[in-house]
Design a protein around this ligand. Structure first.
Ligand SMILES: [Zn+2]
Ligand SMILES: [Zn+2]
Length: 339
């Protein structure tokens, strides 16, 4: 577990309050507090857990803010470590919750599955991807977490968050989630980067439908990374790890990381058809594919699927439906011709 940093005064009417994510190697979410004439606003809220709530409220008290004073919560994306406590903050204070409209759609979709619908859907995807019958039998049926609170306000790219006295600009950065946003505080030169740009780790980019032809999360992630240095922010305030400068170098390194991974995956493609599962198992994973439980393999496969989708868009990978409804991937041309 990462050591929790202290509550910090960042100047310009800004503080950071680390909020723990229990039993998670990420350790904590950095919740930022922005002072405004209408009252303090939070950027992200942290994980929904009693310990996290206690840390958030006591952290705010340390800087002289009661939870009931909160005026609004801007959520960078719908993931539980960012949106989890937003609903409880709203209950305690009457604050509004704002999120990009594409992630509000994700929150709605999370709440729309009934009964075993979601499990059946996911099993179908895993089967098409080439998972074995034993793996399908192991795939957990456990109910997922409740969706986060439905936001009151939908945000779009380029608009200013309704926050008199501060200039907080929405920068849509899809990829890690469809509606991920960064927020540029124009009056201080700080960029809240959420999970989009972190100083050391790279965010998970997954294509969970595995073979959806309409979405290209990695392609949009790489495009939205390229937009970040153009903002010329002085310092990045990410939601995990620590704040950092040198934003252009960091975004370039993340792009490079994915280009290397794309190259590695392209090298695995030949004229012999391979399933997403076979390709994923041949990619390097920190703890090795063999040791991953099925739910983690699904995440790894989603990451591979996102990379395959980008290769396909670049004309380097071809899919076709093979025997038993399993999707098969090949190199678009004999591999000798592709470089
Ligand atoms: Zn996230
Ligand atoms: Zn996160």
């Amino acid at each position: 577990m990462r050591e929790m940093p202290p509550v910090e005064d960042l100047g310009s009417g800004m503080w950071s309050v680390p909020v723990p994510i229990p039993d998670n190697p990420l350790g904590y979410t950095l919740v930022y507090v922005l002072e405004s004439p209408s009252g303090p606003v939070l950027v992200d809220a942290g994980w929904e857990h009693e310990d996290s709530w206690q840390t958030l409220t006591s952290g705010l008290e340390k800087i002289g803010i009661s939870i009931s004073d909160i005026h609004g919560v801007v959520v960078t994306h719908f993931h539980a470590d960012h949106s989890g406590l937003a609903g409880r903050v709203r209950e305690a204070s009457g604050a509004w919750i704002a999120m990009h409209h594409a992630d509000i759609e994700m929150v709605r979709r999370m709440g729309s599955f009934v009964g075993t619908e979601r499990h059946d859907f996911e099993i179908g995807q895993l089967r098409r991807a080439g998972a074995s019958p034993a793996e399908l039998a192991d795939f957990p049926k456990a109910p997922r977490m409740d969706p986060p609170a439905l936001p009151d306000r939908a945000l779009s790219h380029g608009e200013l968050v309704d926050l008199p006295g501060r200039e907080l600009r929405v920068v849509w950065t899809p990829g890690h989630s469809p509606g991920h946003i960064c927020l540029y505080l124009e009056d201080s030169g700080h960029l809240f980067t959420g999970d989009h740009v972190l100083p050391r780790i790279t965010p998970h980019i997954g294509l969970y439908s595995f073979d959806d032809e309409d979405s290209d999360p990695l392609g949009t992630f790489l495009d939205s990374l390229e937009q970040i240095p153009k903002i010329k922010a002085a310092e990045a305030l990410p939601a995990h790890e620590r704040r950092f400068t040198g934003i252009a170098e960091r975004t370039a390194a993340i792009i490079e990381h994915h280009e290397a991974k794309l190259e590695r995956l392209a090298d695995l493609l030949t004229t012999r058809p391979a399933t997403l599962w076979e390709l994923s198992s041949a990619m390097p994973w920190r703890h090795g594919w063999e040791s991953l439980p099925i739910a983690a393999r699904r995440m790894a496969a989603a990451e591979t699927a996102a990379h395959l989708r980008t290769l396909e868009r670049r004309g380097l990978a071809t899919r076709r439906l093979g025997a038993g409804g399993v999707v098969q991937w090949t190199a678009s041309r004999p591999s000798a011709d592709t470089r």
